[in-house]
Design a binder for this molecule. Sequence first.
Ligand code: SF4
Ligand code: SF4
Length: 292
Amino acid sequence: MKVAIASGKGGTGKTMVTASLTAIWDAPVIAVDLDVEEPNLHLFLKPEIAGRRDALMAVPQVDESQCNYCRACANLCAYKAISVFNTVVLVFPEMCHGCGGCMAVCPTRAITAGSRVLGEVSWGRTGSAGFLMGRLRIGEAMSPPLIRQVQAALMQAEGFPAGADVLMDAPPGVSCPAVSAVIDSDIIVLVTEPTPFGVFDLRLAYQAFQPLGKPMGVVVNRAGLGDADVYRFCGEVGLPIFAEIPYQRAIAEAYAAGQVLSGSSETMADLFRQLANTIRQAAGTFQEVRHA
Ligand code: SF4
Ligand code: SF4
C-alpha cells in the first residue's frame, strides 16, 4: 500500500505525521521524502544514508555538422528550449522538459541525448524502515521529473523489503509537484489545521486531488486552536476525519525539538497507531468497493 501524506499548504505538520507513522508502522515500510524542493523528513527520522546518486534529465545536444537548419526541432518545442537562428541552433537546458520530441523529429539525427543534473536521490534506513529522498539542486525548477525518479528508485534501492508499505511525504500545495507525488498512491491523507488558512488550502487540495478518484481522509493538526470550518467543510464533501492531533504546548515543544511525535508519549503512540489502522481500513474498504 502506498500512502501519500499531503497538504494544501506548508506548515500544517504533514512531515511530522509521516515521520510519526513511520516510527509506529507495524509492517515493513519505506519512508519517502517527495518534498524535493525542501526535504526535511530526514531531520525527524535521522536515517543512516547508504547510497546516493545524481538524478539526471535528458536534454538535447546538437551536432551542427549534421544539421540542415530546417527548424523542425524549434517548431515542435512548446517550451522554447531549442531555437534556430539562421545557421545557429541554441539549446536552453534549464527550459527543457526532457520530452525528447526534438530528437524524434530531427530528420538528420543531429540531436542526441545529453544530460543535466536535476538533483540527488539518496537512500538508507531509519530503524527497521527503509528511507528514500530526493533533493532538488538549488536553482532548479523541474521538480516533477525528480519526483518520478525517486518513485522509480523505490524498485531499485538495495535493502528495501519486497512488498513493503510506502509512506510518501508529498510537496505542499496543489500544483504539478504535489499531483506528481500523490498520483501513484493508494490513499491520500490531507493534513490541515482548524484555521481560515487551513480550510482555504484544504478546499484547494480536495479540488485538486478528488478527480484522481483515490480515497482521502483528513488529519486535523493543532485541533482546538481555531474554528469549526474545517469540520464543516469535511462534512459537506464527505471527507472523513482520520485523526485529530491536539493543540498542546508539549506537542509543540516536541515538534520544535525535531522529535518524532509518536515516540514522545504513550498517548501520541496510541493516536498514531489508530491513525495507521484507520488508513489501512479506508484503503482496504475503497479497494473492496471498487472491485465489487
Ligand atoms: S531538427 Fe535537426 S536538422 Fe532541423 S534544425 Fe533542428 S537540429 Fe537541425
Ligand atoms: S526535449 Fe522536449 S522540451 Fe526539451 S528541447 Fe526538445 S522538444 Fe523541447
